[in-house]
Design a protein around this ligand. Structure first.
Ligand code: HEM
Length: 525
Protein backbone atom coordinates (compact mmCIF):
# COMPACT_ATOMS: atom_id res chain seq x y z
CA UNK A 1 0.00 0.00 0.00
CA UNK A 2 1.09 3.52 -0.57
CA UNK A 3 0.20 6.23 1.91
CA UNK A 4 1.27 9.69 0.80
CA UNK A 5 5.04 9.33 0.45
CA UNK A 6 5.34 6.30 2.69
CA UNK A 7 5.71 2.73 1.63
CA UNK A 8 3.90 0.47 4.06
CA UNK A 9 4.54 -3.25 3.79
CA UNK A 10 3.44 -6.14 5.86
CA UNK A 11 6.38 -8.02 7.40
CA UNK A 12 6.60 -11.76 7.77
CA UNK A 13 5.51 -11.57 11.41
CA UNK A 14 2.40 -9.62 10.36
CA UNK A 15 3.95 -6.33 11.52
CA UNK A 16 3.98 -3.30 9.29
CA UNK A 17 7.22 -1.84 7.97
CA UNK A 18 7.23 1.74 6.81
CA UNK A 19 9.89 2.75 4.34
CA UNK A 20 10.81 6.26 3.37
CA UNK A 21 11.67 5.14 -0.09
CA UNK A 22 14.43 2.72 -1.08
CA UNK A 23 15.50 0.68 1.91
CA UNK A 24 15.43 3.46 4.49
CA UNK A 25 13.04 2.95 7.38
CA UNK A 26 10.74 5.83 8.19
CA UNK A 27 11.54 7.77 11.32
CA UNK A 28 8.54 7.68 13.64
CA UNK A 29 7.64 8.85 17.11
CA UNK A 30 7.47 6.31 19.93
CA UNK A 31 3.80 5.95 19.04
CA UNK A 32 4.67 5.04 15.45
CA UNK A 33 3.52 8.29 13.87
CA UNK A 34 5.70 9.02 10.81
CA UNK A 35 7.84 12.14 11.13
CA UNK A 36 8.14 14.54 8.23
CA UNK A 37 10.84 16.88 9.58
CA UNK A 38 13.40 15.96 12.21
CA UNK A 39 15.60 19.03 11.60
CA UNK A 40 13.32 21.87 12.70
CA UNK A 41 11.00 22.27 15.64
CA UNK A 42 7.52 23.62 15.03
CA UNK A 43 7.46 27.43 15.29
CA UNK A 44 5.19 30.37 14.72
CA UNK A 45 6.90 32.29 11.93
CA UNK A 46 10.68 32.26 11.67
CA UNK A 47 12.45 32.10 14.06
CA UNK A 48 9.28 32.40 16.20
CA UNK A 49 8.74 30.63 19.57
CA UNK A 50 8.63 26.84 19.51
CA UNK A 51 5.13 25.54 19.94
CA UNK A 52 4.12 23.37 22.89
CA UNK A 53 2.04 21.44 20.43
CA UNK A 54 5.17 19.97 18.78
CA UNK A 55 4.67 16.48 20.20
CA UNK A 56 7.60 15.08 18.25
CA UNK A 57 10.00 17.66 19.68
CA UNK A 58 8.66 17.20 23.23
CA UNK A 59 8.80 13.42 23.09
CA UNK A 60 12.34 13.45 21.67
CA UNK A 61 13.71 15.83 24.31
CA UNK A 62 11.76 14.16 27.12
CA UNK A 63 13.23 10.79 26.24
CA UNK A 64 16.74 12.17 25.95
CA UNK A 65 16.36 13.84 29.37
CA UNK A 66 15.76 10.42 30.90
CA UNK A 67 18.47 8.40 29.18
CA UNK A 68 20.75 7.97 32.18
CA UNK A 69 20.27 5.43 34.93
CA UNK A 70 22.44 5.25 38.03
CA UNK A 71 25.73 3.52 37.39
CA UNK A 72 26.49 0.48 39.50
CA UNK A 73 27.47 1.45 43.03
CA UNK A 74 30.60 -0.68 42.48
CA UNK A 75 31.95 -2.29 39.30
CA UNK A 76 30.47 0.63 37.34
CA UNK A 77 32.89 0.28 34.47
CA UNK A 78 32.49 -2.98 32.66
CA UNK A 79 32.29 -4.73 29.36
CA UNK A 80 30.15 -7.72 28.44
CA UNK A 81 29.94 -10.41 25.78
CA UNK A 82 27.81 -13.42 24.93
CA UNK A 83 29.01 -16.97 24.65
CA UNK A 84 28.41 -20.48 25.80
CA UNK A 85 29.47 -22.93 28.44
CA UNK A 86 30.24 -26.48 27.44
CA UNK A 87 30.11 -29.28 29.98
CA UNK A 88 33.31 -31.32 29.67
CA UNK A 89 32.82 -33.61 32.64
CA UNK A 90 29.67 -34.72 34.40
CA UNK A 91 29.38 -34.16 38.10
CA UNK A 92 26.21 -36.10 38.90
CA UNK A 93 27.94 -37.81 41.83
CA UNK A 94 28.31 -34.46 43.64
CA UNK A 95 25.62 -32.18 42.25
CA UNK A 96 22.22 -32.47 40.65
CA UNK A 97 22.79 -29.12 38.91
CA UNK A 98 21.38 -29.74 35.45
CA UNK A 99 24.27 -27.95 33.76
CA UNK A 100 26.72 -30.63 34.99
CA UNK A 101 24.74 -33.71 33.94
CA UNK A 102 25.52 -34.19 30.23
CA UNK A 103 28.99 -34.13 28.68
CA UNK A 104 29.20 -32.01 25.54
CA UNK A 105 26.04 -30.02 26.28
CA UNK A 106 26.21 -26.28 25.65
CA UNK A 107 24.54 -23.63 27.78
CA UNK A 108 24.13 -20.00 26.77
CA UNK A 109 26.22 -17.57 28.82
CA UNK A 110 26.70 -13.82 29.29
CA UNK A 111 29.83 -12.44 30.93
CA UNK A 112 30.63 -8.96 32.22
CA UNK A 113 34.17 -7.98 33.19
CA UNK A 114 34.69 -4.84 35.22
CA UNK A 115 36.89 -2.75 37.45
CA UNK A 116 35.58 -2.14 40.95
CA UNK A 117 36.40 1.34 42.18
CA UNK A 118 36.33 3.56 39.11
CA UNK A 119 33.30 5.32 37.74
CA UNK A 120 31.66 4.32 34.49
CA UNK A 121 33.94 6.54 32.42
CA UNK A 122 37.22 5.69 34.16
CA UNK A 123 40.29 4.09 32.62
CA UNK A 124 40.67 0.36 32.06
CA UNK A 125 44.22 -0.07 33.34
CA UNK A 126 43.59 1.15 36.89
CA UNK A 127 45.27 -0.92 39.58
CA UNK A 128 42.16 -2.68 40.81
CA UNK A 129 40.38 -5.97 41.21
CA UNK A 130 38.53 -7.07 38.06
CA UNK A 131 34.99 -8.40 38.22
CA UNK A 132 34.34 -11.64 36.36
CA UNK A 133 30.57 -12.10 36.43
CA UNK A 134 29.05 -15.02 34.53
CA UNK A 135 25.37 -15.64 33.89
CA UNK A 136 24.60 -19.19 32.83
CA UNK A 137 21.12 -19.61 31.37
CA UNK A 138 20.62 -23.21 32.48
CA UNK A 139 17.60 -25.42 31.86
CA UNK A 140 16.71 -25.07 35.54
CA UNK A 141 17.05 -21.32 35.83
CA UNK A 142 19.77 -18.71 35.70
CA UNK A 143 22.88 -19.50 37.68
CA UNK A 144 25.10 -16.45 38.24
CA UNK A 145 28.68 -16.90 39.31
CA UNK A 146 29.55 -13.34 40.32
CA UNK A 147 33.28 -13.57 40.80
CA UNK A 148 36.51 -11.62 40.60
CA UNK A 149 39.94 -12.17 39.07
CA UNK A 150 41.40 -12.51 42.57
CA UNK A 151 40.45 -15.54 44.69
CA UNK A 152 40.12 -13.76 48.04
CA UNK A 153 38.45 -10.61 49.31
CA UNK A 154 39.29 -7.62 51.51
CA UNK A 155 36.77 -8.24 54.24
CA UNK A 156 35.21 -11.19 56.01
CA UNK A 157 31.77 -9.81 56.78
CA UNK A 158 29.46 -7.99 54.37
CA UNK A 159 28.63 -5.38 57.01
CA UNK A 160 32.03 -3.82 56.23
CA UNK A 161 31.40 -3.55 52.47
CA UNK A 162 30.00 0.02 52.48
CA UNK A 163 33.06 1.15 54.50
CA UNK A 164 35.48 -0.63 52.19
CA UNK A 165 33.90 0.85 49.08
CA UNK A 166 33.50 4.34 50.55
CA UNK A 167 37.19 4.30 51.41
CA UNK A 168 38.22 3.03 47.96
CA UNK A 169 36.18 5.43 45.84
CA UNK A 170 36.72 9.17 45.56
CA UNK A 171 36.88 11.02 48.85
CA UNK A 172 33.60 12.76 49.66
CA UNK A 173 34.93 16.29 50.10
CA UNK A 174 37.22 16.51 47.06
CA UNK A 175 35.64 14.04 44.65
CA UNK A 176 38.94 12.42 43.73
CA UNK A 177 40.75 10.18 43.01
CA UNK A 178 38.16 8.72 40.69
CA UNK A 179 39.69 5.45 39.70
CA UNK A 180 42.55 4.48 41.90
CA UNK A 181 43.14 3.26 45.37
CA UNK A 182 46.31 5.35 45.84
CA UNK A 183 44.93 7.73 48.45
CA UNK A 184 44.67 8.29 52.18
CA UNK A 185 41.13 7.05 52.80
CA UNK A 186 41.72 3.68 51.19
CA UNK A 187 45.01 3.01 52.95
CA UNK A 188 43.69 4.35 56.22
CA UNK A 189 40.85 1.81 56.10
CA UNK A 190 43.14 -1.00 54.95
CA UNK A 191 45.69 -0.30 57.64
CA UNK A 192 42.92 -0.49 60.25
CA UNK A 193 41.55 -3.72 58.77
CA UNK A 194 44.20 -6.46 59.06
CA UNK A 195 41.86 -9.05 57.54
CA UNK A 196 42.50 -7.27 54.22
CA UNK A 197 46.24 -8.08 54.22
CA UNK A 198 46.03 -11.18 52.05
CA UNK A 199 43.93 -9.35 49.44
CA UNK A 200 46.29 -6.35 49.62
CA UNK A 201 49.15 -8.59 48.55
CA UNK A 202 47.11 -9.70 45.52
CA UNK A 203 46.12 -6.17 44.49
CA UNK A 204 49.70 -4.97 44.79
CA UNK A 205 50.71 -7.83 42.51
CA UNK A 206 50.63 -7.93 38.72
CA UNK A 207 47.18 -9.55 38.91
CA UNK A 208 45.67 -6.11 39.45
CA UNK A 209 46.90 -4.80 36.07
CA UNK A 210 45.91 -7.56 33.64
CA UNK A 211 47.05 -7.44 30.02
CA UNK A 212 43.41 -7.69 29.07
CA UNK A 213 40.24 -9.41 30.22
CA UNK A 214 41.23 -12.37 28.03
CA UNK A 215 44.30 -13.09 30.14
CA UNK A 216 42.72 -13.17 33.56
CA UNK A 217 41.64 -15.96 35.85
CA UNK A 218 38.25 -15.81 37.51
CA UNK A 219 37.18 -17.07 40.92
CA UNK A 220 33.83 -17.59 42.63
CA UNK A 221 35.76 -16.59 45.80
CA UNK A 222 33.31 -18.05 48.33
CA UNK A 223 33.05 -21.68 49.27
CA UNK A 224 29.71 -22.81 47.84
CA UNK A 225 27.90 -26.12 48.22
CA UNK A 226 27.09 -28.74 45.66
CA UNK A 227 24.18 -30.99 46.61
CA UNK A 228 23.56 -34.31 44.87
CA UNK A 229 20.31 -36.20 44.25
CA UNK A 230 20.70 -38.05 47.58
CA UNK A 231 20.94 -34.72 49.38
CA UNK A 232 24.66 -35.05 50.16
CA UNK A 233 26.57 -31.78 50.30
CA UNK A 234 30.12 -31.15 49.04
CA UNK A 235 31.96 -27.85 49.40
CA UNK A 236 33.07 -26.32 46.12
CA UNK A 237 35.30 -23.47 44.98
CA UNK A 238 34.97 -22.28 41.37
CA UNK A 239 37.90 -21.27 39.12
CA UNK A 240 37.98 -19.91 35.57
CA UNK A 241 41.32 -20.59 33.87
CA UNK A 242 42.11 -18.62 30.70
CA UNK A 243 43.19 -20.77 27.74
CA UNK A 244 45.07 -17.69 26.49
CA UNK A 245 47.28 -17.88 29.60
CA UNK A 246 47.71 -15.42 32.42
CA UNK A 247 49.32 -12.11 31.46
CA UNK A 248 49.72 -8.71 33.00
CA UNK A 249 51.27 -5.42 31.98
CA UNK A 250 53.82 -3.60 34.10
CA UNK A 251 52.88 -0.37 35.84
CA UNK A 252 54.82 1.75 33.40
CA UNK A 253 52.76 0.30 30.55
CA UNK A 254 49.52 0.61 32.49
CA UNK A 255 50.08 4.32 33.08
CA UNK A 256 50.82 4.95 29.41
CA UNK A 257 47.88 2.87 28.24
CA UNK A 258 45.50 4.73 30.51
CA UNK A 259 46.56 7.95 28.83
CA UNK A 260 46.77 6.66 25.27
CA UNK A 261 43.67 4.46 25.27
CA UNK A 262 41.52 4.32 28.39
CA UNK A 263 39.33 1.77 26.58
CA UNK A 264 42.20 -0.63 26.05
CA UNK A 265 40.57 -3.65 27.72
CA UNK A 266 37.14 -3.28 26.20
CA UNK A 267 38.62 -2.63 22.78
CA UNK A 268 40.78 -5.75 23.12
CA UNK A 269 37.80 -7.96 23.89
CA UNK A 270 35.65 -6.39 21.18
CA UNK A 271 38.40 -6.74 18.56
CA UNK A 272 39.24 -10.33 19.47
CA UNK A 273 35.62 -11.47 19.24
CA UNK A 274 34.93 -9.50 16.06
CA UNK A 275 38.00 -11.13 14.46
CA UNK A 276 36.80 -14.60 15.43
CA UNK A 277 39.59 -15.10 17.97
CA UNK A 278 37.16 -16.23 20.66
CA UNK A 279 38.56 -16.15 24.19
CA UNK A 280 38.08 -19.24 26.24
CA UNK A 281 38.27 -20.26 29.89
CA UNK A 282 38.15 -23.64 31.57
CA UNK A 283 35.89 -24.03 34.56
CA UNK A 284 37.59 -25.85 37.40
CA UNK A 285 36.21 -26.96 40.73
CA UNK A 286 37.89 -27.74 44.02
CA UNK A 287 35.74 -30.27 45.85
CA UNK A 288 36.02 -31.25 49.50
CA UNK A 289 33.70 -32.30 52.27
CA UNK A 290 33.09 -30.87 55.73
CA UNK A 291 35.36 -33.41 57.40
CA UNK A 292 38.24 -32.42 55.14
CA UNK A 293 37.44 -28.73 55.69
CA UNK A 294 37.87 -29.14 59.42
CA UNK A 295 41.52 -30.12 58.94
CA UNK A 296 42.50 -26.67 57.69
CA UNK A 297 43.93 -24.27 60.29
CA UNK A 298 41.46 -21.66 59.00
CA UNK A 299 37.75 -21.61 58.28
CA UNK A 300 36.93 -22.47 54.66
CA UNK A 301 33.99 -20.06 54.91
CA UNK A 302 36.37 -17.12 55.36
CA UNK A 303 36.58 -15.30 52.02
CA UNK A 304 40.03 -13.94 52.83
CA UNK A 305 41.49 -17.45 52.44
CA UNK A 306 42.17 -19.72 49.51
CA UNK A 307 42.06 -23.51 49.55
CA UNK A 308 45.61 -24.47 48.46
CA UNK A 309 45.53 -26.23 45.10
CA UNK A 310 48.27 -28.60 46.31
CA UNK A 311 45.81 -29.91 48.88
CA UNK A 312 42.66 -29.83 46.77
CA UNK A 313 43.54 -29.97 43.07
CA UNK A 314 41.38 -28.10 40.58
CA UNK A 315 39.33 -30.48 38.44
CA UNK A 316 38.35 -29.15 35.01
CA UNK A 317 34.67 -29.69 34.28
CA UNK A 318 33.76 -27.27 31.50
CA UNK A 319 34.74 -24.51 29.15
CA UNK A 320 33.41 -21.02 28.55
CA UNK A 321 33.74 -19.42 25.12
CA UNK A 322 32.87 -15.82 24.32
CA UNK A 323 31.87 -15.63 20.68
CA UNK A 324 29.49 -12.71 20.27
CA UNK A 325 29.70 -9.03 21.09
CA UNK A 326 26.63 -7.28 22.35
CA UNK A 327 24.32 -5.58 19.85
CA UNK A 328 23.75 -2.76 22.28
CA UNK A 329 25.95 -1.81 25.17
CA UNK A 330 23.21 -0.28 27.29
CA UNK A 331 20.57 -2.95 26.72
CA UNK A 332 22.89 -5.79 27.53
CA UNK A 333 26.09 -4.81 29.37
CA UNK A 334 24.52 -2.00 31.37
CA UNK A 335 21.19 -3.64 32.15
CA UNK A 336 22.47 -7.10 32.94
CA UNK A 337 21.83 -7.91 36.59
CA UNK A 338 24.03 -10.55 38.17
CA UNK A 339 23.11 -11.81 41.62
CA UNK A 340 24.88 -14.22 43.91
CA UNK A 341 21.45 -15.44 44.99
CA UNK A 342 20.66 -16.69 41.48
CA UNK A 343 21.33 -20.36 42.08
CA UNK A 344 19.74 -23.55 40.80
CA UNK A 345 18.89 -26.98 42.26
CA UNK A 346 22.17 -28.74 43.07
CA UNK A 347 24.02 -25.57 44.12
CA UNK A 348 23.62 -23.86 47.49
CA UNK A 349 25.09 -21.21 49.74
CA UNK A 350 27.26 -21.62 52.80
CA UNK A 351 27.47 -19.53 55.95
CA UNK A 352 30.26 -17.35 54.57
CA UNK A 353 29.19 -14.01 56.11
CA UNK A 354 30.30 -12.13 53.02
CA UNK A 355 28.20 -14.27 50.71
CA UNK A 356 25.21 -14.03 53.04
CA UNK A 357 25.34 -10.23 52.78
CA UNK A 358 25.85 -10.22 49.04
CA UNK A 359 22.72 -12.28 48.67
CA UNK A 360 20.73 -9.30 49.95
CA UNK A 361 22.71 -6.56 48.26
CA UNK A 362 22.47 -7.37 44.56
CA UNK A 363 18.69 -7.71 44.28
CA UNK A 364 18.25 -4.60 46.38
CA UNK A 365 20.64 -2.39 44.42
CA UNK A 366 19.32 -3.60 41.06
CA UNK A 367 15.79 -2.49 41.90
CA UNK A 368 17.18 1.01 42.33
CA UNK A 369 19.54 0.85 39.39
CA UNK A 370 17.10 -0.61 36.88
CA UNK A 371 14.05 1.10 38.34
CA UNK A 372 11.50 -1.71 38.32
CA UNK A 373 11.02 -5.10 39.98
CA UNK A 374 10.46 -6.40 36.46
CA UNK A 375 14.09 -6.20 35.36
CA UNK A 376 14.10 -9.97 34.86
CA UNK A 377 11.85 -9.30 31.84
CA UNK A 378 14.76 -7.63 30.04
CA UNK A 379 16.07 -10.06 27.42
CA UNK A 380 19.61 -10.22 28.89
CA UNK A 381 18.22 -11.13 32.31
CA UNK A 382 15.35 -13.40 31.32
CA UNK A 383 15.80 -17.15 31.78
CA UNK A 384 16.03 -19.17 28.59
CA UNK A 385 14.07 -22.02 30.20
CA UNK A 386 10.29 -21.78 30.68
CA UNK A 387 9.26 -19.72 33.71
CA UNK A 388 5.85 -19.30 35.31
CA UNK A 389 4.93 -17.40 38.44
CA UNK A 390 2.23 -15.15 39.80
CA UNK A 391 4.31 -12.04 40.25
CA UNK A 392 2.50 -9.19 38.58
CA UNK A 393 2.26 -5.46 37.93
CA UNK A 394 4.85 -2.90 38.99
CA UNK A 395 6.57 -0.55 36.56
CA UNK A 396 6.95 -1.93 33.05
CA UNK A 397 5.13 -5.21 33.56
CA UNK A 398 4.94 -7.03 30.31
CA UNK A 399 4.76 -10.66 31.45
CA UNK A 400 1.68 -10.53 33.67
CA UNK A 401 -0.14 -13.80 34.46
CA UNK A 402 -2.74 -14.70 31.87
CA UNK A 403 -6.30 -15.65 32.80
CA UNK A 404 -8.18 -15.26 36.08
CA UNK A 405 -5.84 -16.85 38.61
CA UNK A 406 -2.97 -14.81 39.99
CA UNK A 407 -2.51 -16.92 43.12
CA UNK A 408 -2.19 -20.55 44.09
CA UNK A 409 -3.70 -22.82 45.15
CA UNK A 410 -6.77 -21.92 43.10
CA UNK A 411 -9.89 -23.80 42.09
CA UNK A 412 -9.72 -22.75 38.47
CA UNK A 413 -7.06 -25.25 37.52
CA UNK A 414 -5.04 -22.36 36.19
CA UNK A 415 -1.40 -21.44 36.46
CA UNK A 416 1.72 -23.15 37.78
CA UNK A 417 2.06 -25.20 40.98
CA UNK A 418 5.17 -25.98 42.98
CA UNK A 419 7.17 -29.16 42.38
CA UNK A 420 8.16 -30.70 45.73
CA UNK A 421 10.50 -33.16 44.05
CA UNK A 422 12.25 -31.22 41.33
CA UNK A 423 12.04 -27.70 42.76
CA UNK A 424 14.94 -26.00 44.53
CA UNK A 425 15.30 -27.27 48.09
CA UNK A 426 17.64 -25.59 50.51
CA UNK A 427 20.29 -27.88 51.92
CA UNK A 428 19.08 -28.64 55.47
CA UNK A 429 22.28 -27.59 57.22
CA UNK A 430 22.06 -27.99 60.98
CA UNK A 431 22.41 -24.64 62.76
CA UNK A 432 22.36 -23.76 66.43
CA UNK A 433 23.88 -21.20 68.73
CA UNK A 434 23.39 -17.86 70.41
CA UNK A 435 22.64 -14.74 68.41
CA UNK A 436 25.87 -12.79 68.51
CA UNK A 437 27.81 -10.20 66.55
CA UNK A 438 31.08 -12.04 66.27
CA UNK A 439 33.52 -13.87 64.01
CA UNK A 440 34.60 -17.45 64.40
CA UNK A 441 38.02 -17.92 65.95
CA UNK A 442 39.25 -19.61 62.80
CA UNK A 443 38.80 -16.30 60.93
CA UNK A 444 41.57 -14.69 63.00
CA UNK A 445 44.79 -15.43 61.09
CA UNK A 446 45.21 -12.53 58.68
CA UNK A 447 48.85 -12.92 57.77
CA UNK A 448 49.81 -16.53 56.96
CA UNK A 449 48.28 -16.66 53.49
CA UNK A 450 49.45 -13.11 52.76
CA UNK A 451 52.97 -14.31 53.54
CA UNK A 452 52.57 -17.47 51.45
CA UNK A 453 51.29 -15.46 48.50
CA UNK A 454 54.22 -13.04 48.64
CA UNK A 455 56.66 -15.95 48.95
CA UNK A 456 55.09 -17.64 45.91
CA UNK A 457 56.01 -14.71 43.64
CA UNK A 458 59.22 -14.62 41.60
CA UNK A 459 61.83 -12.01 42.59
CA UNK A 460 60.75 -9.86 39.62
CA UNK A 461 57.12 -10.05 40.70
CA UNK A 462 58.08 -9.29 44.29
CA UNK A 463 59.89 -6.21 42.99
CA UNK A 464 56.69 -5.12 41.23
CA UNK A 465 54.79 -5.52 44.49
CA UNK A 466 57.29 -3.41 46.41
CA UNK A 467 57.18 -0.73 43.71
CA UNK A 468 53.37 -0.80 43.71
CA UNK A 469 53.27 -0.30 47.47
CA UNK A 470 55.78 2.53 47.26
CA UNK A 471 53.80 4.22 44.48
CA UNK A 472 50.46 3.80 46.25
CA UNK A 473 51.68 4.88 49.66
CA UNK A 474 53.62 7.80 48.22
CA UNK A 475 50.21 9.27 47.31
CA UNK A 476 49.14 8.95 50.94
CA UNK A 477 49.78 12.23 52.72
CA UNK A 478 49.26 11.07 56.30
CA UNK A 479 52.52 9.69 57.78
CA UNK A 480 50.74 7.54 60.40
CA UNK A 481 48.81 5.74 57.68
CA UNK A 482 51.97 4.94 55.74
CA UNK A 483 53.65 3.74 58.91
CA UNK A 484 50.70 1.55 59.86
CA UNK A 485 50.79 -0.21 56.49
CA UNK A 486 54.52 -0.83 56.87
CA UNK A 487 53.82 -2.20 60.37
CA UNK A 488 51.56 -4.82 58.78
CA UNK A 489 54.08 -5.57 56.03
CA UNK A 490 56.62 -6.38 58.72
CA UNK A 491 54.43 -9.29 59.82
CA UNK A 492 54.17 -10.50 56.23
CA UNK A 493 57.78 -10.12 55.10
CA UNK A 494 60.56 -8.07 56.69
CA UNK A 495 62.36 -7.63 53.36
CA UNK A 496 59.24 -6.24 51.72
CA UNK A 497 58.56 -3.92 54.66
CA UNK A 498 62.14 -2.65 54.53
CA UNK A 499 62.03 -2.10 50.77
CA UNK A 500 58.78 -0.14 51.05
CA UNK A 501 60.01 1.90 54.01
CA UNK A 502 63.16 2.82 52.07
CA UNK A 503 61.18 3.67 48.96
CA UNK A 504 58.99 5.98 51.02
CA UNK A 505 61.96 7.50 52.83
CA UNK A 506 60.52 6.57 56.26
CA UNK A 507 62.97 7.76 58.90
CA UNK A 508 61.95 5.28 61.60
CA UNK A 509 60.82 1.75 61.03
CA UNK A 510 57.47 1.31 62.83
CA UNK A 511 57.01 -1.61 65.22
CA UNK A 512 55.51 -4.67 63.58
CA UNK A 513 51.74 -5.00 63.94
CA UNK A 514 50.53 -7.45 66.53
CA UNK A 515 48.96 -10.43 64.74
CA UNK A 516 47.18 -11.45 67.92
CA UNK A 517 45.06 -8.29 67.95
CA UNK A 518 42.11 -8.87 65.67
CA UNK A 519 41.52 -5.18 65.02
CA UNK A 520 44.16 -2.44 65.02
CA UNK A 521 42.89 0.62 66.87
CA UNK A 522 42.84 3.83 64.89
CA UNK A 523 45.99 5.80 65.59
CA UNK A 524 45.69 9.57 65.53
CA UNK A 525 47.15 10.85 62.24
C1 HEM B 1 28.76 -5.75 41.71
C2 HEM B 1 31.87 -9.24 42.66
C3 HEM B 1 31.43 -8.47 47.39
C4 HEM B 1 27.77 -5.60 46.41
C5 HEM B 1 29.66 -6.74 41.56
C6 HEM B 1 30.14 -7.21 40.32
C7 HEM B 1 31.00 -8.21 40.59
C8 HEM B 1 31.08 -8.36 42.01
C9 HEM B 1 31.75 -9.03 39.57
C10 HEM B 1 29.79 -6.67 38.96
C11 HEM B 1 28.59 -7.34 38.42
C12 HEM B 1 28.32 -6.84 37.05
O1 HEM B 1 29.20 -6.97 36.17
O2 HEM B 1 27.21 -6.34 36.82
C13 HEM B 1 32.03 -9.31 44.03
C14 HEM B 1 32.85 -10.27 44.71
C15 HEM B 1 32.74 -10.03 46.04
C16 HEM B 1 31.83 -8.94 46.19
C17 HEM B 1 33.64 -11.36 44.04
C18 HEM B 1 33.37 -10.72 47.21
C19 HEM B 1 33.76 -11.94 47.20
C20 HEM B 1 30.35 -7.71 47.53
C21 HEM B 1 29.73 -7.42 48.79
C22 HEM B 1 28.68 -6.63 48.50
C23 HEM B 1 28.66 -6.39 47.08
C24 HEM B 1 30.18 -7.95 50.14
C25 HEM B 1 27.68 -6.04 49.43
C26 HEM B 1 27.40 -6.48 50.63
C27 HEM B 1 27.77 -5.34 45.07
C28 HEM B 1 26.87 -4.43 44.42
C29 HEM B 1 27.16 -4.47 43.06
C30 HEM B 1 28.23 -5.41 42.90
C31 HEM B 1 25.82 -3.60 45.11
C32 HEM B 1 26.50 -3.70 41.96
C33 HEM B 1 25.49 -4.61 41.33
C34 HEM B 1 24.64 -3.94 40.28
O3 HEM B 1 24.38 -2.74 40.37
O4 HEM B 1 24.19 -4.66 39.37
N1 HEM B 1 30.24 -7.45 42.59
N2 HEM B 1 31.43 -8.52 44.94
N3 HEM B 1 29.67 -7.08 46.52
N4 HEM B 1 28.59 -5.92 44.14
FE1 HEM B 1 29.94 -7.29 44.53
Amino acid sequence: TRLADLEIERGRGGEYHQTAGGDTTVLTTQQGTPVSDDQNSLKVGAPGPTLMEDFHFREKIFHFDHERIPERVVHARGFGAHGYFETLDTLEDVTMADIFQRKGEKTEAFVRFSTVAGNKGSADLARDVRGFAVKLYTKQGNWDLVGNNIPVFFIQDAIKFPDLIHSAKQEPDRGFPQAQTAHDNFWDFISLTPESMHMVMWIMSDRAIPRSFRFMEGFGVHTFRFVNAEGKSTFVKFHWKPKQGLQSVVWNEAVKLNGADPDFHRRDLWDAIQMGDFPEWELGVQLFDEEFAEKFPFDVLDATKIIPEEEVPVRIVGRLVLDRCVDNFFAETEQVAFQTNNIVPGIDFTNDPLLQGRNFSYLDTQLKRLGSPNFTHLPVNAPRCPFHHFQQDGHMAFHNPKGRANYEPNSWGEGPREDPKGGFRTYPAREEGEKLRMRPELFADHYSQARQFYASQTPVEQGHMRDALVFELSKVETPAVRARVVAHLRVIDEGLAKGVAEGLGLRDMPDAADPARPVVEGLPP
